[in-house]
Design a protein. Structure first.
Length: 197
């Protein structure tokens, strides 16, 4: 059998055997984190001052479960309001009309810059500023009149505060997504006859 040198064939090189670097520091740090976590869990679980039996009695109380239900309901409604409002505000913000764009910028600036707790307190106490709420032609006659206290209940105030705040944050998320589309894709869409909408 001829050798590789005589025939000119080059043999396949040996496979490289990768040996991972042993990092003892990582193992020591992981062990320390586990020991500290176990000590904290044991301390909380075995401390009689936490009175876990009392916590267990109240955790599944009817009032607590009702609060959880209302919280989930508020979250879903506020997120839905925020998503719809955020998409509309983001499209307004990208408008070439300076009034529309400026109005949406002002909305985002105000609702993102004001703490949510302040917004909730404002909507809850809106009747102090506007005892009667009316809808109609601007600077003209009003067609619908309502008492602010009966119209804006605490639940409605929470939806307004959380939904309007979420709408401002969602507007920036949607706007960033629209801006991230490369200009070439927009040109390609227009060449296919697609409108800006």
């Amino acid at each position: 059998m001829p050798s590789d040198e005589v025939t000119g064939d080059v043999g396949r090189p040996e496979d490289i055997r990768a040996v991972p670097v042993r990092r003892r520091g990582r193992w020591i740090a992981a062990a320390l984190v586990l020991v500290v976590a176990a000590a904290l869990v044991r301390s909380v679980a075995s401390n009689p001052r936490f009175e876990w039996s009392v916590v267990g009695n109240y955790l599944f109380d009817e009032r607590i479960l009702e609060g959880v239900r209302v919280t989930i309901e508020l979250t879903v409604i506020a997120m839905a309001v925020g998503i719809v409002l955020g998409v509309v505000i983001a499209i307004m913000r990208l408008s070439p009309n300076p009034l529309v764009s400026g109005g949406s910028w002002l909305y985002v600036w105000f609702f993102r810059g004001t703490p949510v707790l302040v917004q909730l307190l404002f909507w809850y106490n809106i009747a102090a500023l506007y005892p009667k709420i009316a809808l109609g032609i601007p600077f003209g006659p009003a067609f619908v009149h309502a008492d602010a206290n009966s119209l804006i209940t605490p639940f409605t105030a929470a939806i307004l505060g959380l939904g309007l705040n979420e709408g401002a944050y969602m507007a920036e998320i949607v706007r960033a997504g629209i801006i991230s589309v490369p200009e070439g894709q927009g040109d390609a869409a227009r060449s296919l006859g697609m409108t800006r909408l």
